[in-house]
Design a protein around this ligand. Structure first.
Ligand code: FES
Ligand code: FES
Length: 171
């Protein structure tokens, strides 16, 4: 026997800490974190790309580590610290990775940029001076439909204060 909508069990209320602010939300474990961020909290800087964990456009930081919010059930991140692109700057001061992306012109349409920046922040937090291979490995799950990888990788090198890649080779 299935329940009619009006008979369904009430959703438990809970809280989500996003960008340092606690938000009340209803807890439906089937909802993705991406859905809650965009549709309930209005944080549309986090992008919906593939919805299947393949493109990285939806990445946010959970306790400082980049995760794909489209495949993260919201119930798994209650009590954790969530950072979206809207929470990265401190007042008027951009995060160094944001500034590096601007300085290198590392975007065209900008759709992939929030996910790229948060993946970069996550990488540099655990590995402040990554090797070329470590940058490639960390960014492997982030796709740019505009093909802006060269500038994106230069921006990461700039943020890490690594020398520019002289040959400008493909990432
Ligand atoms: S929208 Fe989440 S990985 Fe593509
Ligand atoms: S800048 Fe357009 S998808 Fe990356």
């Amino acid at each position: 026997m299935s329940l009619e909508p009006s008979q369904a069990l009430p959703r438990a209320a809970t809280q989500l800490r996003v960008n340092g602010t606690v938000h009340p939300i209803s807890l439906d474990r089937d909802r993705s974190l991406l859905y809650v961020l965009r549709e309930e909290l209005g944080l549309t800087g986090t992008k919906y790309g593939c919805g299947e964990g393949e493109c990285g456009a939806c990445k946010v930081l959970i306790d400082g580590v980049a995760v794909r919010s489209c495949v993260t059930p919201v119930g798994e991140v209650v009590g954790r610290s969530i950072t979206t692109i809207e929470g990265l700057a401190e007042g008027d001061r951009l995060h160094p990775v944001q500034q590096a992306f601007i300085d290198e012109g590392a975007f065209q349409c900008g759709f992939c940029t929030p996910g790229m920046i948060l993946a970069s922040v996550s990488l540099l937090a655990r590995n402040p001076r990554p090797s070329e291979g470590e940058i490639r490995a960390a960014m492997d799950g982030n796709l740019c439909r505009c093909g802006g990888y060269l500038r994106i990788f230069q921006a990461i090198r700039r943020a890490a204060q690594l020398p520019e890649k002289v040959d400008g080779g493909a990432p």
